[in-house]
Design a protein around this ligand. Sequence first.
Ligand code: 13P
Ligand code: SF4
Length: 305
Amino acid sequence: MENSEYIREILRLKKEKNAVILAHNYQRPEIQDIADFVGDSLGLSIEAGKTKADIIIFCGVDFMAETAKILNPDKKVLIPEKAMCPMAMMLSPEEILTAKKKFKSQNPAVVLYVNTHASCKALSDYACTSANAVRILNSITNDTIIFGPDANLADYAKKHTNKNIITIPEFGNCPTHHQISVNDIKEAKTQHPNAKFIAHPECTREVLEIANFVGSTEQMLKFVKSSDNGEFIVGTEIGIIYRLRKENPNKKFYPASNTAICPNMKMTTLESVYNALKFEKYEINLDKEIMDKARKSIERMIAIV
Ligand code: 13P
Ligand code: SF4
């Protein structure tokens, strides 16, 4: 089928089945265009919690669709492709239990980046996203916090809190962001000396140190909109550049690295969204007890922000 035909069928099936399409900022342009809501992990979690639709089509990666299911246990949540986040795979429930036992005497709270599986969230006290990690950490009374799986986000957050942060696993990271180097930024700055450099906190400490702004994908979009500057070097997955250009047609955007592509985010196509709607696949199914525990952690985060 042609793209236009897929789009027509997606819109028809969406109405017929009372479905909503949520898409992350890194999704392909054509997916962002057919979505009812495009946003960062936090925005998508909040939107998922508010929807009146019977079916949620989640265009993103596994942990995001799981979060939508946890917040909507009675709804059908579908992920068009079995797209996994490699960072979420770096942390296991066993590792959390081991850390809890090891640091028990320090009465630690467990704060997990939303990029984790439901079985891990179920063992946490709070979830957080890149948009609110610092705020969540500073709102907790415990002095010691077990935090995972992103060591770069943990490192960034440490600079903005007095808490004793224990990172699990030791070197968890997002391969897409971790590979963006200081040299990439220096090169981009040589070519575009008037551009401001905006970066995602999943980048390394060295890269974040030379950024003019650090924030979640949605916070980057807000910063660009409110900035007087006309050019930006973008230190995150390059899929966000589509929305940046669409919403700021008079500004210029340059990827910090042309290889900052998340292959998992790019798996979703118009064909897979169509198949998801037509055949109602792939359904997210999670254990009720795990969902109930994980929901508490996500709701505590939402209550704070
Ligand atoms: P945001 O919450 O900033 O959109 O980030 C999600 C993510 O997976 C970043 O790689
Ligand atoms: Fe996971 Fe990184 Fe892809 Fe985000 S960009 S989904 S953190 S691998």
